[in-house]
Design a protein around this ligand. Sequence first.
Ligand code: PGA
Length: 262
Amino acid sequence: MKVVILKDADSVAQYGASVFVKQVKAKSDSVLGLATGSTPVKLYKKLIEEYRSGNLSFKEVVSFNLDEYMGLSGDHPQSYRYFMNAQLFNYIDIDKRNTFVPCGNAENPFSACEQYETAIKNSGGIDLQLLGIGRNGHIGFNEPSSSLASRTRVKTLTKETIDDNARFFKPGEFQPSLSITMGIGTILESKRILMLATGDSKAEAVKAMVEGPLTAACPASVLQLHQHVDLVLDSAAASLLKNCDMYRHIEEQNKLLLERIF
Ligand code: PGA
C-alpha cells in the first residue's frame, strides 16, 4: 500500500484528481468506480475544471458507484444517484447511460444486486476505484463484520453510520437504515484503488486500516491484500499513524527513482 501524506484536504483532492486524469487520458474508455460522501466532492470539482478547460473528456467512460440507500429513488435529493448527478455527471460529458448506481428502489433488490455484479463483469471490470473510509473503517457500506469475500448485496447500516450521515437529512426526514453496496470481494477485484481520507475524525480508522491487523472488524484493512492501493491522507487523518516518517521516506525515494527512470 502506498501511503501519501499531504498537508491538507485540497492537496489530497488535487492528488486524487491527477490519478483520475492520468487514468482517463491513458484509457479513454476507463471503467471508474466512484464514491459519494463529503470526501470526494473536492476531487469531483477538480475533474469538472479539467473537463471545462478542455483537458479531459469522459465521453467513453463507464462508471459504477459503490452504493445506494435502499428506499430512495434516484430523483430523491438524498439518494446517491442524485448526488452523483449534482456533484459530477451534470457538468461533464459522460453519457449518463454509462453511469451505474445501484437501484435503491428496485422491485427485487436481490436480483438488482446480481445484475449490478453482472454489469461490472460485462464492462471488463473496474480500472480505478475511488474509496472513502467510514469512522468505523467501512468501505462502501460494508460495515464492520462484513464478509471480506462479500459481493454486491443488501446491507444494514450501523447506528454510527446512520448518525454520521444524518447531517445530510432534514430533521424528521426519512433516513434509510438499509443500503445496496458493492461487496468487499467486488471492490478487491478493481485493478487499482485510490482511497482518500481527510480530517481527524478519520485518524483512528486510518490507523486500524494501515497498521492494524487484517480483520473484518475494520473492513478497510482488507486493502492490505490488494496489489495497487494509493492511500492519500491529509496530516489530520494521518495523525495517529506510528510510521509517518517511514511513509514520507518511501515517497521521497519513489520520486527519486521515477526521476531516474524517466
Ligand atoms: P465521508 O464518508 O466522505 O462523508 O466522510 C466516507 C465514507 O463513509 O465512506
